[in-house]
Write a protein that binds this ligand. Sequence first.
Ligand code: HEC
Ligand code: HEC
Length: 91
Amino acid sequence: MKIGPKDWLFIALIGAVLAFFYFISSEEKTKKVPFDEPHRSSYEVFRNTGSKSEAEKGCDVCHNDTARPLPKGHPPKERCLFCHKLKQTAS
Ligand code: HEC
Ligand code: HEC
């Protein structure tokens, strides 16, 4: 059987779906941002602005090299909230 353009499209689609599931399953292993006192203001910024990049500007006030260093071997840390999800909060 000859594999035509439509078949390749189908194969690509399956690949994309698999990659997507792989992505969400690995994402869930990363710890969420705790919903507690130190993190309350980050949740507030997110709720008020609807913007993750605004909310994560506050992270390194505490999570910096002197106050609360990130663990050794931590992946590149731009965009905290890409990996560390905010918890679903009843607002
Ligand atoms: C006011 C200080 C403060 C700010 C701002 C802050 N954190 Fe934290 N963070 C802490 C402290 C203290 C802990 C450890 C105790 C705890 O779990 O709250 C912690 C723990 C964590 C943990 C580990 C949770 C766990 O389960 O072990 C993650 C992930 C985290 N912070 C992410 C973030 C992100 C992302 C932001 C920015 C949106 C942020 N933090 C802003 C103080 C802060
Ligand atoms: C590319 C994905 C990624 C980004 C971006 C990222 N992290 Fe992490 N972070 C991880 C992974 C993976 C771990 C390992 C442990 C885990 O599952 O949380 C980790 C661990 C941590 C821990 C320790 C959690 C513990 O075990 O107590 C803290 C605190 C933390 N990150 C904060 C931050 C902050 C603050 C930022 C933004 C400045 C950030 N991270 C950005 C992926 C990421």
